[in-house]
Design a protein around this ligand. Structure first.
Ligand code: ADP
Length: 430
C-alpha cells in the first residue's frame, strides 16, 4: 500500500543536507497514489529547540496539486505567448525595413522646400518609434528564453553618456538634458545594452514630465560603485508602485491612459543591469518628480582595504562599523553608503564573528545611512546568514530601517526568515 515518492533520491539528499545544518526545510514533491495518479505536496519542517537545544522538527504536509496544475498551465500559456511575440516581432521587422528604405528614397528625391518633404520626415520619425517598439518586444522574448547575448568590452563611460545625451537631445525641443556629474571612469560591460538603459531612463524622464523643461543626468563613483542617476521634475510615482515599475508589462494605472508605452523599457533595463551585477532603484515624490538610479560595481575587492579591527570587539571598514557594546551587552552595527553583494556578505560575516566571540543574544543593526538597493543579498541573508546568526545565539534582532524604499524591501526579505528562537523588529530612524 506504500505511497511512492517520485524523484525520491534527490528529495532524500535535500533532507539529509538540511538535517546536517538543522535549518528550515522546504520542498515540493510528487507522490504516486495507489491508483497510480500523481499528487503534488508542499512540505515544511521547522527546527524545534528546547532551551536552545535542538529537539527535532515540527512539520506539515499540504496537498498543492490544484495550484501546481494551474501554475503549470499558466507557464505553458506564457511560453506560447512569448513564442508568438518572438515570431510576430520578427515578421514585423521585414516589411518595416523595406518601408524605411522606400521612405528614405522618397525623402532624398524630394527637394527640402517641397511640401511633401515634411511628411516624409514625420513618417521616418514614426518608423523609428515603431522600430524601437519591435526591438523591445524582441528583447523581451530573448530575455525570457535566456537568449539575450551580451558583448562585453572596456569603454569610457563618459563618452557613451555624451553620445546618448546627444542623440536624445536631438529628438526633444521641450527638455534640456543637463549632465551634472560625469566622473571619468572605464567600465567593463556591454556598451550597447548600457546605452539602452540610459536611453530608457532619459526618454521616460522626458515623457513623464510634460510640464518640465529639464532632466538632470549624473554618473559618480561612490564606494567602488558607479552610480548613475536620471532626475526629472514630472508626475512622480506613488510609494506603493515603486517596486513594481521594473516588472514586465507594468504601467502605473492612473498614468497608463495618458502616456503611450508598453511597460517593457524598465523591465529590459532591469535585466541588463542585473546581468552587469548592478542594482537599480527609484526615489520619487508624486507631483514633484522621480530620480531613477542604477549602480555598477567597479571593483568588489577594494572595499575591504585596511579594515580596522581588534578581532574581538570591533570591526570597521568603508561600508560598516560593528562593535560590541559591553554595557548593553549587544552587537551594534552601522552601515553606510552604497552596498553590493560583496560588501554586505563581508560585513554580515564580521557581525557573525563578533556575535560568537562575545556570546551575545542581542543585535542592533542600523541601516539609516544605507543608500541604494541590495536586494540580491536577500536570499543569502535569509537562508544562510540569519539561520547562522540564530545558531550562534542571536535571539533579539532590532533593525533600524533605511529611508530608501528599495533598501527597506531588501531588509524585509531577509527578515522573512522566521523562527521561534529569533525575534526581529523593525524601527524607523526618527
Ligand atoms: P512605458 O514607459 O513604456 O510604460 P517603462 O517600463 O519604461 O514602460 O515604465 C514602466 C512604468 O513606470 C511607466 O508606465 C510609468 O507608469 C512608470 N514610469 C517610468 N518612468 C517614470 C518617470 N520618470 N516618472 C514617472 N513614472 C515613470
Amino acid at each position: 500500500k506504500a505511497l511512492l515518492i517520485d524523484d525520491f533520491e534527490s528529495y532524500r539528499q535535500n533532507w539529509m543536507d538540511t538535517l546536517k545544518t538543522q535549518s528550515l526545510f522546504q520542498d515540493k514533491f510528487r507522490i504516486r497514489t495507489i491508483e497510480g495518479n500523481y499528487r503534488w505536496f508542499f512540505c515544511q519542517a521547522n527546527p524545534h529547540y528546547i532551551n536552545s537545544v535542538f529537539d527535532g522538527y515540527v512539520g506539515s504536509l499540504v496537498d498543492i496539486t490544484d495550484q501546481e496544475l494551474s501554475s503549470q498551465a499558466i507557464q505553458e500559456l506564457s511560453e506560447k505567448k512569448d513564442e508568438f511575440l518572438s515570431i510576430a516581432s520578427h515578421e514585423l521587422k521585414t516589411p518595416l525595413t523595406s518601408i524605411k528604405a522606400s521612405i528614405q528614397l522618397i525623402a532624398r528625391a524630394l527637394s527640402p522646400d517641397n511640401k511633401v518633404s515634411k511628411f516624409a520626415v514625420k513618417a521616418s520619425e514614426q518608423l523609428l518609434r515603431l522600430e524601437r517598439l519591435i526591438a523591445d518586444l524582441l528583447d523581451v522574448s530573448k530575455i525570457n528564453s535566456g537568449r539575450l547575448v551580451y558583448n562585453n568590452t572596456v569603454f569610457y563611460f563618459r563618452e557613451m553618456l555624451d553620445e546618448v545625451v546627444q542623440s536624445i537631445q536631438n529628438t526633444t525641443h521641450t527638455h534640456r538634458i543637463i549632465i551634472e556629474h560625469s566622473d571619468k571612469v572605464i567600465v567593463l560591460g556591454d556598451r550597447f545594452r548600457l546605452e539602452q538603459v540610459i536611453y530608457n531612463f532619459l526618454s521616460n524622464a522626458i515623457k513623464y514630465s510634460p510640464d518640465a523643461d529639464r532632466v538632470i543626468l549624473s554618473s559618480e563613483v561612490k564606494d567602488n560603485n558607479l552610480i548613475v542617476s536620471v532626475q526629472d521634475f514630472g508626475i512622480g510615482i506613488a510609494q506603493e508602485n515603486l517596486s513594481k515599475t521594473f516588472d514586465r508589462y507594468y504601467r502605473v494605472d492612473d498614468t497608463a491612459m495618458r502616456f503611450q508605452g508598453l511597460g517593457l523599457g524598465l523591465f529590459i533595463s532591469a535585466e541588463i543591469i542585473k546581468r552587469h551585477n548592478g542594482h537599480f532603484w527609484i526615489e520619487s515624490e508624486p507631483g514633484k518628480g522621480s530620480t531613477f538610479f542604477f549602480s555598477l560595481p567597479l571593483n568588489d575587492v577594494t572595499h575591504f582595504v585596511k579594515p580596522e579591527t581588534d578581532n574581538q570587539t570591533y570591526y570597521k571598514d568603508s561600508q560598516v562599523d560593528i562593535w560590541y557594546d559591553r554595557e548593553k551587552d549587544w552587537i551594534e552595527s552601522n552601515w553606510h553608503g552604497f552596498q553590493n553583494f560583496a560588501s554586505i556578505k563581508h560585513g554580515c560575516l564580521e557581525m557573525l564573528g563578533l556575535l560568537e566571540k562575545n556570546c551575545c543574544s542581542k543585535m542592533l543593526n542600523d541601516n539609516t545611512h544605507v543608500l541604494g538597493n541590495w536586494a540580491d543579498t536577500s536570499d543569502w541573508g535569509s537562508k544562510v546568514w540569519l539561520p547562522a546568526m540564530e545558531k550562534a545565539g542571536l535571539q533579539f534582532f532590532a533593525w533600524v530601517h533605511s529611508e530608501s524604499t528599495f533598501s527597506r524591501l531588501a531588509a524585509s526579505k531577509i527578515a522573512a526568515y522566521s523562527n521561534e528562537g529569533l525575534i526581529t523588529r523593525f524601527f524607523d530612524h526618527k
